[in-house]
Design a binder for this molecule. Structure first.
Ligand SMILES: [Zn+2]
Ligand SMILES: [Zn+2]
Length: 423
């Protein structure tokens, strides 16, 4: 029986992979413009990093991690997200000792053991940015503006940013008390997850998708009701900066990011999706995280977006580019002597950066022409025994359906010239 790929993974074949490359290029370009530098951290880390950095009360850590013991009996986990690793690297490489803030971005595969369903993968891919060592609202505004700008440039329609402030430990303590008091009379009616959250992390009940929980939390105190003066001022400045940058946003007091280390700003970017809105980016401030993984007290903020999710949104809005690279010229050589001659020309063209190819299967003229057509090559260059003896090449323009004869010793320069005209 043939071996199949593991559930929840995918092969990205030519024809699809170009869309990924396009998106990655956009991402790299915008990060360069905003002054964010790339960081590449390991795909696996000590399990403890995610237990401490993502939070033991989260679904990710409780249910979804790919953890295993390696041959040295160390507990290892395939990274389920990027932020904890970036913070670990910031501490381990003493980046806090250099100029601040440190503005980083990452791209790559993440792993979560999720129930397989449409659009959900166990190996999925994220792009994210993190800014470490700066706590002003302008940092939050820059990070949100970056992703807003990226999505706008990509041509996504119906974009809206939702922002909230979840406060700091000081004001959250007050919120927690008020919220528990509000929910206590109907505690038994909450869903099973929320009953767990009631003691551990009651704020997250506001974010529950369960219809009964949503009904129970109608009119519940939000974190905005209890913000301390510092958090309140931070949130006000952020909103003014977003307005100044032309970002379309809405305050959403029910937006509560699921991770334990978030402070103050939480945000999502939503996109129109067949009549409804759905999130294609989430992020927030995490001023407690660097300390949590063993570093000095350092403010941080970042976001992550799922690459698969954004590509699907692009496709849905008709923006998915079809950019399969096309050959410029395909050489059709018949016979060993012609093949040698053609191979030398193809090699010379390739060394000039011109996409050129030659038949590798020794096929007939007819089937080689067919495959040149299928590959949507711009030209076919035919060199048979007859042409070789006359020292010419038949150059067929496959777009126009015309052909001319070019002297063999001129065909290379001729094609270089045509290529330069084309690009
Ligand atoms: Zn506060
Ligand atoms: Zn619930």
């Amino acid at each position: 029986m043939a071996i199949q790929r593991p559930k929840g993974t995918q092969d990205l074949l030519p024809g699809v992979v170009e869309k990924w490359q396009d998106l990655e290029q956009h991402i790299r370009k915008i990060c360069r413009e905003y002054g964010y530098e790339e960081i590449r951290t390991p795909i696996f880390e000590a399990t403890e990093l995610f237990q401490r950095g993502v939070g033991e009360t989260t679904d990710i850590v409780n249910k979804e991690m790919y953890s295993f013991l390696d041959k040295g009996d160390r507990s290892i986990t395939l990274r389920p997200e990027g932020t904890a690793s970036v913070c670990r690297a910031y501490v381990e490489n003493k980046l806090y000792g250099g100029p601040q803030p440190v503005k980083l971005y990452y791209m790559g595969p993440m792993f979560r053991y999720e129930r397989p369903q449409a659009g959900r993968f166990r190996q999925f891919h994220q792009f994210g940015v993190e800014v470490l060592g700066a706590d002003k609202p302008i940092v939050d505004a820059e990070v949100i503006t970056l992703v807003w700008d990226l999505y706008t440039r990509l041509g996504l329609k119906g974009l809206e940013v939702h922002v909230n402030s979840v406060g700091c430990p000081t004001c959250r303590a007050e919120h927690r008390t008020k919220l528990q008091k509000f929910l206590a009379p109907r505690r038994e009616q909450l869903c099973k997850d929320c009953q767990d959250r009631f003691e551990r992390n009651p704020m997250r009940i506001l974010d529950c998708k369960n219809a009964t929980c949503q009904e129970i939390t109608q009119g519940a105190p939000t974190t905005l009701d209890t913000l301390c003066p510092e958090c309140s001022e931070h949130f006000r400045e952020l909103r003014e900066l977003l307005t100044a940058a032309g970002v379309r946003y809405k305050v959403d007091p029910r937006l509560v990011r699921g991770l334990d280390y978030y402070r103050k700003t939480a945000f999502e970017v939503l996109v129109e999706d067949i009549g409804a809105q759905s999130a294609i980016c989430g992020g927030g401030r995490y001023d407690g995280l660097v300390q949590e993984v063993g570093g000095p007290q350092t403010p941080g903020i970042g976001f992550a977006m799922g690459v698969e999710r954004v590509l699907a949104a692009l496709q849905a809005s008709g923006q998915g580019s079809d950019r399969r690279p096309k050959e410029f010229v395909m050489f059709i050589a018949l016979g060993e002597a012609a093949q040698k001659e053609a191979f030398s020309i193809v090699s010379a063209l390739r060394s000039k950066g011109i996409p050129a190819s030659i038949d590798l299967l020794g096929r007939s003229l007819k089937s080689q022409l067919k495959s040149a057509d299928k590959a949507q090559a711009r030209f076919a260059a035919i060199l048979g025994e007859d042409e070789l003896s006359r020292q010419v090449v038949i150059l067929r323009d496959l777009a126009l359906g015309e052909q001319i004869e070019v002297p063999l010793d001129e065909v290379k320069e001729d094609l270089i010239h045509k290529w330069e005209e084309e690009v």
